[in-house]
Design a protein around this ligand. Structure first.
Ligand code: 5GP
Length: 173
């Protein structure tokens, strides 16, 4: 297995992260935000994103994983849940990549039950072709083809998360 050449360089990513943060800061001007990073994959993106957001915010995390079974609904497991009260608050969910959409859709519906004032989703990567469940992405970084990518938080067997760029992971070159 090899990591191909960068699909998005460190510079591409940082430029996009700043653009997303600027848009978020503009949309929530004069308001406060509860930001929630979906771990583990979003840890790097989340850390970069929040340091460029200009409105007052709090930070929390949720650890989730999905297991795709026969049905298209899959099964999502929560390993660690947010501790903050989100009722009546502006919530921003931050995800690394939306693939089938199962994880994000599950989390979105789960958070909506807690009656936030607003619930927005920010995802760095969108693998649209693979979508099984429609989920609104309010702030999107890049659309990517149906390829397995690693780096900038994204893993293969829990490795490669530390790469500062994103690359396609291939069985051979
Ligand atoms: P979904 O529920 O949308 O199918 O899956 C989202 C999760 O699948 C992501 O948070 C990520 O952990 C994983 N995933 C989906 N596509 C990729 C990929 O190309 N590379 C890596 N490393 N993980 C992926």
């Amino acid at each position: 297995m090899v990591v191909g050449k960068p699909l998005f360089s460190e510079e591409d990513i940082q430029k996009k992260v700043k653009e997303l943060a600027e848009q978020i800061s503009k949309d929530f001007e004069g308001q406060e935000l509860v930001t929630i990073g979906i771990l583990k994959g979003a840890f790097m993106f989340f850390a970069d994103l929040v340091r460029h957001i200009k409105v007052p915010l709090t930070i929390d995390f949720i650890v989730a994983s999905s297991y795709i079974k026969e049905s298209t609904t899959g099964e999502v497991k929560i390993h660690y849940d947010v501790r903050e009260e989100i009722e009546g608050k502006n919530v921003l969910l931050v995800e690394d990549i939306v693939d089938t959409g199962i994880t994000l859709n599950y989390l979105r519906e789960r958070f909506l039950l807690r009656s936030p004032k607003t619930l927005k989703i920010c995802a760095l990567l969108d693998k649209k072709e693979r979508r099984l469940v429609d989920v609104p992405i309010d702030y999107k970084g890049f659309e990517i083809p149906n390829e397995f990518v690693v780096g900038y938080g994204l893993d293969y067997n829990n490795q490669y998360r530390n790469l500062p760029y994103i690359a396609i992971f291939k069985k051979s070159i």
